[in-house]
Design a binder for this molecule. Structure first.
Ligand code: ADP
Ligand code: MG
Length: 238
């Protein structure tokens, strides 16, 4: 695991200022949830941590290392998206091992990693299937498996459960938390679902208008919201 530090991170798209001077310290092993209304910059923030989007100003550190100029593949992070983005023509095993194949890992090493991740996620018997032969929950597990095989220090989740039905969503929350604990990673998890945030987070980061409104443990935010926006957002049903 590794800490993630944002120091005055700003993002502009042309004349649109999406994030203004965001400061955030995420500790080793912490599970932090970013919440805020659609369009407030949650995905942008996550993508900057992943290196998929450049920062306009400021500094991002993963552990002690400043990563502003480090390529995504060298950041020790893995990202899980809402749309699973599985390769439709590849079976489960190949989907999970693909990033290792790209890194020219040896076949035996890839198989070991893939099998390990598959057994952790209950995918052992599904390794030969294609994505279209899987349920939504199984596809989500493959997406997580793909992230796990790289043994990342930091997990980034962008609304990973939005496409699942309510019952499965509740189940997967528990599963993601268990993985986070077993693998001892640091996790940054984006959702617009307040219940998800309240039940999963060590700390919640509330964002609005390009600014971090408040950071705190779920009950702190609930009991002592910093402003009317936080009170309204945390207090309203998802
Ligand atoms: P969220 O994930 O919180 O819904 P996003 O981070 O996706 O929000 O987007 C934040 C803002 O940045 C939105 O106004 C969005 O339209 C804008 N935005 C996101 N990506 C781009 C891009 N590549 N070019 C221009 N504007 C963008
Ligand atoms: Mg988003």
């Amino acid at each position: 695991m590794a800490s993630v530090t944002l120091n005055k991170v700003q993002k502009d798209y042309g004349s649109l200022n999406v994030l203004q001077a965001v400061d955030l310290e995420i500790a080793d092993g912490e599970f932090v949830v970013l919440v805020g209304p659609s369009g407030c910059g949650k995905s942008t923030l996550l993508r900057m941590i992943a290196g998929l989007e450049e920062v306009s100003a400021g500094e991002i550190r993963i552990g002690e290392r400043v990563v502003n100029d480090v390529a995504p593949k060298d950041r020790d992070i893995a990202m899980v998206f809402q749309s699973y983005a599985l390769y439709p023509h590849m079976n489960v095993a190949s989907n999970m091992g693909f990033s290792l194949t790209l890194r020219k890992a040896e076949k035996n090493a890839i198989d070991t990693r893939v099998n390990g991740a598959a057994s952790r996620l209950g995918l052992d018997k599904l390794l030969a299937r294609l994505p279209r032969q899987l349920s939504g929950g199984q596809r989500q597990r493959v997406a997580m498996g793909r992230a796990i095989v790289r043994d990342p220090k930091v997990f980034l989740f962008d609304e990973p459960l939005s496409n699942l039905d309510a019952k499965l969503r509740v189940h997967m929350r528990t599963e993601i938390k268990a993985l986070h604990q077993q693998l001892k990673t640091t996790s940054v998890y984006v959702t617009h679902d307040q219940v998800e945030a309240m039940t999963m987070a060590d700390r919640i980061v509330v964002m609005h208008d390009g600014v971090v409104q408040q950071v705190g443990a779920p009950l702190d935010l609930y009991d002592r919201p910093a402003n009317a926006f936080v009170a309204g957002f945390i207090g309203s049903p998802g």
